[in-house]
Design a protein around this ligand. Sequence first.
Ligand code: UD1
Length: 325
Amino acid sequence: MGSHTCVALIEAGFTPIILDNFSNSHPAVLQRLAQITGRAVVCEQGDVLDTPWVEAVLRRHQVAGVMHFAGDKAVGESVAQPLKYYRNNISGAVSLLEAMQAANCQTLVFSSSATVYGDPASVPITEDFPRQHTNPYGHTKLVIEDMLAAMQVADPAWQLGVLRYFNPVGAHPSGLIGEDPSGIPNNLMPFVAQVAIGKRPFLNVYGNDYATPDGTGVRDYIHVQDLAQGHVAALQRLLQSGESFTVNLGTGSGNSVLEVVKAFELASGRPVPCQMAARRPGDVAQCYAYPALAQRLLGWRAERTLADMCTDVWRWQSGNPNGYQ
Ligand code: UD1
């Protein structure tokens, strides 16, 4: 998401500075960003937990606003290693906010997640739905949202944009940047892509007895480019209005696992064999957004289709079978 948002920021006339420790990304992305945008993007290598370093970087570049993507996001891993999540996500956010405060930079766009809705009572989901968590990863997003609200009470000068992502998928249409999961992908789209290219023999479909049209789980898949443009719109809104907000970033419609598989087969021209498997613990039947608030506040809406998402993932996957390696 960070690299795709860099492209969108540059296209909108901003000058992004990347802060990354490359724990879950690859330095090769910098060269790819230069290829796409025709510009070298400044990158500072370090850790968000290093507060004095973050403060120094913010001061050195006279940063006007921050987008915080530096969180871990694998649900299963968070159950196995909760402290990793509490340290990187929560302590990381505390460190960043302290650095921002010290550097007099009080504009932040935060990557939250639809995971804060837990198992929603109904769909589509509006921002005022009750929040709950079902795993440590989700808990960290909830805690950070609460922390931001407390910061706002303590100092109304903070300009905070909380973005609750639904299911980001896709890749840049150039095929130069995309998702490069290490090991076996946890998420549906990268797994489907690896089956299509022959890296894995079949997809396990986790449950076909949900109360959904075809029995498989329904999610709101949103193209990473739409999501990246949502970040730019959020930053612009914060800088113009000075008011904080929390919005859903989704398309407003859901697709089942089998619909995604079919769309991917069509986009790639490759078969994606499936095997029915038991439900995955913690999964919900349906999760999709009511995205009207983002449209009203940010003047933003998702435009790309599921077919676009699959086509772009396939271009990335087939052009970079080993990711950034
Ligand atoms: C999960 C997290 C979410 C996180 C997101 C991105 C929860 C409940 N979900 O979303 O917070 O932001 O990942 O990292 O916390 N599926 C299969 N076979 C597979 C993989 C997935 O059938 O091999 C199905 C799942 O059961 C689900 C759908 O595909 O119905 C999407 O799964 P996935 O891509 O993992 O995303 P979520 O679980 O929705």
